[in-house]
Design a binder for this molecule. Structure first.
Ligand SMILES: [Zn+2]
Length: 415
């Protein structure tokens, strides 16, 4: 039996873009098959139709070439042949939770992807004045909620607060009012972001750290509501190192490059403030995003786990850093701290992104990382051939499901 869902959108963001229509095919008999087909547009102009056709063909050729260029994604090219590789069936069988995404595209294709993978996602809001996107919290909340509402229970909300207002007298009260409204609407967590520590300065010109007393009422309020703080504080080491440092460069984060800055704050200072926050708020559950920014050495994470029982980490966008560390050390870390690590990706989709691009990217990432954690297959990370961890099934179950439920209650859609 085959059901076809008809989707249509136009990409307003890209000048000269054409209207496109997509057929999303869902196969309820297997549950997990997904095929995406582009169709020609309804464009009345025959020239436009021809142009559209070639754009679509070229796009598909490029996508297939990209998919084939990496070992991990060779089977994902089957996006056009409507078959999932077996690994994604194994992944879906765990009722996986991705504890860290930024999904701001309401296209039904994403909902279909989540459903077909039995995947729940924690959808995280950040207030960022550097990403070229409308920076205000209300706009971002609206986008986030719009996705949560159409997700049929698969996307859960992680709200935030506007840290740029930290010097206003009503800052904490306003932030608390907003987040309590979001909790009442179903939000399950609150995000604090790296602009605290790396961007905000007070009137005296000093960096504002995450343990600044101005944030304390917010932390207390999150704990009082039994919600979770997701803390992305600091950045990878590369943002404090020379630009040619192999694998650790800050290329993708130029706005956050501290190396060479006269007023640079050290990464150790930010992490010490984060640790102080953990110590000061033992009743607050904190999930350190991106391996708690201790991405180059699992021993550093272990030290915090031993010191702060209220601390866990997610793996978002840092699996490659795990892959570059000694396999035995990383595997032992995952076994010892199997209750403290949440699977997360940092995958995103914005309103004007093409769903087919996004879905391919999501599938590739989920598949590559699943193979790293669940199998001993060799894959390429940063020009190196790396053997997967082949974690035992009970540990995988915690990583992909149980820990998210425990550390971010409600992340499985039941709250
Ligand atoms: Zn993120």
């Amino acid at each position: 039996m085959r059901r076809e869902t008809y989707l249509s959108y136009s990409n307003m963001c890209r000048p000269g873009s054409v209207r496109r229509e997509i057929y999303l095919q869902i196969f309820p008999d297997t549950g997990n098959r997904l095929g995406l087909h582009y169709n020609d547009s309804r464009s009345p102009d025959p020239m436009k139709r021809t142009l559209t056709f070639f754009v679509v063909v070229i796009t598909l050729v490029v996508l297939l070439a990209v998919a084939r260029s990496t070992q991990a994604s060779s089977t994902v090219a089957s996006v056009s042949t409507d078959e999932f590789p077996k690994d994604l069936h194994d992944f879906a069988a765990l009722d996986p939770i991705d504890a860290h995404v930024h999904l701001f595209n309401t296209d039904p294709a994403f909902v279909a992807l989540l459903k077909s993978l039995r995947l729940h996602v924690v959808n995280i809001i950040v207030v960022d004045d550097k990403d070229g996107f409308e920076p205000g919290l209300p706009f971002r909340l609206r986008l986030g909620w719009s996705v949560v509402r159409v997700s049929e229970g698969h996307a859960l909300m992680c709200t935030s607060f506007d840290p740029f207002k930290f010097q206003e007298p009503t800052f904490a009260a306003d932030a608390i009012r907003q987040m309590n409204q979001d909790f009442a609407d179903g939000a399950i967590a609150v995000k604090i972001w790296k602009n605290v520590g790396m961007e905000l300065k007070n009137r005296e010109g000093r960096w504002v750290m995450p343990d600044d007393p101005v944030f304390e009422p917010i932390y207390k309020n999150i704990a009082a509501h039994d919600k979770t703080l997701i803390a992305h504080l600091a950045e990878p080491d590369g943002c404090w190192q020379p630009p040619d440092t192999p694998y650790l460069n800050c290329k993708n984060h130029p706005n956050w490059y501290m190396y060479g800055r006269k007023d640079a704050v050290s990464k150790a200072t930010i992490l010490a403030a984060r640790d102080h926050l953990l110590e000061q708020n033992p009743k607050l559950r904190v999930v350190g995003a991106h391996l708690g920014s201790m991405e180059t050495d699992v021993a550093e994470i272990a030290k915090r786990f031993d010191r702060y029982p209220n601390f866990a980490v997610d793996t978002a966008a840092r699996v490659r850093f795990l892959a570059l560390q000694p396999r035995d050390k990383v595997r032992a870390f995952f076994l010892k701290y199997q209750d403290r690590i949440l699977y997360g990706t940092d995958l995103d989709a914005f309103p004007n992104d093409m769903p087919v691009d996004g879905i391919l990217k999501w599938q590739q990432t989920l598949l590559k990382e699943w193979r790293f954690f669940a199998t001993d297959e060799t894959q390429e990370f940063q020009d190196r051939q790396v053997k997967g961890l082949k974690l035992p099934e009970p540990v995988l179950r915690k990583l992909y499901h149980d820990n998210a439920v425990r550390w971010i209650p409600g992340s499985n859609g039941q709250h």
